[in-house]
Design a protein around this ligand. Structure first.
Ligand SMILES: *Cc1c(COP(=O)(O)O)cnc(C)c1O
Length: 454
């Protein structure tokens, strides 16, 4: 790996110049990773888990290098964050320049240009040909909370409808919005009130058309909540943590129409699907929906913590001055990174690249499915694809098989993430900076691990 000499010693340098190869020099985890994990157990709260036993020291392109010098194929992008690649050159340069200039003022004390530029870019790039405003925050959960605040303020109503399998974060309000109890909510209540859950469209399991699934959801909303009490419908266009569930065609437009007709704000959570990931800049574009408000985070700033709410100017501007913000929200360092990240998506045409990776993924995964009835479903869009593992006879979720495959591919030097309400979904979220060769090698290792797993 490339080494940088500094006054305090040498450090490995990441970014795309790292050798783009899978290379195992110790078992996984190696002794150095193990040392970090042992210290973690003594110093870090247990509730902060980790899904792979590997301590990273450098990353870039399609690889992570661990403390022992192993180079692993990255099929997770830190959960869809490093779409432009880890330590992407433009991001590194922009952050270094900004850190040397000024690190913080608090935007709500003294504004600066880069925050405004990020807002302008979001207003331009998000779906909808109307006057928009943006507000920046630190995390996806914080963006979702603020979208709900804004929708309540604008409509003067309180109810929020969310869906089965939804994931919106781990703060108090977003725990209430998230569906799954273990591990996200269990024992952490009481949760925020006025949150109502509706059935999702899940074609593999419900077999319903988008129209029928939407009619089912709307009928339930009308009986259990009523539009006159409802501030917002909040939905992920493709559910992330819940299992990469792609709703049937027509489901999302029908919900949007009902929301628009009933003075209900239609909030689309694109925290995981946003920024080229699905083969369009935002997934909403592929489903024919135009959010009133859209929440973004993960892929927005090349790994720096930043999130946003963007939407119709009249809704966004309804909150009083001082009602939105936060000490670090829209930090100048994160904003510099976001500008460089957005420039990278556009100039390197990563939307198109996500589509190419999507074709490679869907061809390979469908080939695996044709040969293995335990793969019940292949689904997703662009560089956000998944396989759902099931009992071939009953269709019951097979979480144990999923865990075995996850562990087996890690031992072979592939970082892979799982998800799903029942823990039986393997998701592929490669950096858009990965090469075809590395992605193909990674998928091949998953296929072999699956074939070897009883
Ligand atoms: C990850 C995620 C969140 C929460 O984002 P954090 O930055 O972890 O708070 C919210 N919504 C969706 C769809 C996500 O994938």
């Amino acid at each position: 790996m490339t080494i940088l000499d500094t006054p305090t010693g040498t450090v490995p340098v990441g970014g795309p110049q790292l050798p783009q190869e899978r290379r195992l020099v110790t078992e996984i985890p190696g002794p150095e990773s193990r040392k970090v994990l042992e210290r973690k157990a003594q110093a870090v709260a247990k509730g902060v888990g980790h899904s792979i036993q590997v301590a990273t020291v450098a990353a870039g392109g399609g690889v992570l290098v661990d403390a022992d010098g192993n180079s692993l194929i990255d099929l997770g992008s830190g959960i869809a964050v490093t779409g432009v690649g880890n330590s992407a050159p433009r991001v590194v340069e922009a952050v270094q320049r900004q850190v040397a200039q000024f690190t913080h003022t608090c935007f709500t004390i003294s504004p600066y240009d880069s925050y405004v530029e990020v807002a302008e870019a979001l207003n331009r790039l998000t779906p909808g040909d109307f006057d928009k405003r943006s507000a920046l925050f630190n995390s996806g959960a914080e963006a979702v909370e603020n979208a709900v605040k804004i929708a309540r303020h604008y409509t003067k109503k309180q109810g929020v409808v969310v869906f089965d399998h939804a994931y919106h974060g781990r703060t108090n309000l977003t725990m209430a919005l998230t569906a799954k109890s273990m591990p996200y909510k269990n024992g952490f209540g009481p949760f925020a009130p006025e949150v109502y859950r509706a059935p999702m469209s899940y074609p593999f399991r419900d077999g319903l058309s988008g129209e029928d699934a939407a009619a089912r959801a709307i009928a339930q909303i009308e009986v259990q909540v009523r539009a006159e009490n409802l501030a917002a419908i909040l939905i992920e266009p493709i559910q992330g943590e819940g299992g990469f569930i792609v709703p049937a065609e027509g489901f999302l437009p029908a919900l949007q129409k009902w929301a628009n007709d009933n003075d209900v704000v239609f909030i689309v959570d694109e925290v995981q699907t946003g920024f080229a990931r699905t083969g369009t800049m935002f997934a909403s574009e592929q489903f024919g929906i135009v959010p009133d408000l859209v929440t973004t985070a993960k892929g927005i700033a090349g790994g720096l913590p930043l999130s946003a709410v963007t939407g119709r100017a009249d809704i966004m501007d309804s909150a009083q001055v001082g009602g939105l913000g936060g000490t670090y929200a829209g930090s100048p360092i994160a904003c510099a990174a976001a500008i460089a990240t957005i420039e990278t998506y556009e100039e390197e045409n990563l939307v198109e690249r996500a589509r190419e990776l999507g074709t490679l993924l869907s061809d390979s995964l469908n080939a695996l499915k044709a040969a293995d009835p335990r793969i019940g479903d292949v689904r997703g869009r662009g560089a956000m694809m998944a396989i759902e593992l099931v009992d071939p006879v009953t269709g019951a979720p097979d979480a144990a098989l999923t865990s075995r495959v996850h562990a087996a591919v890690l031992a072979q030097g592939v970082v892979l993430l799982t998800c799903g309400t029942w823990g039986n979904v393997i998701r592929f979220l490669p950096p858009l900076a990965i090469s075809d060769e590395l992605l193909a090698e990674g998928i091949d290792i998953v296929g072999k691990a699956l074939a070897d797993a009883e």
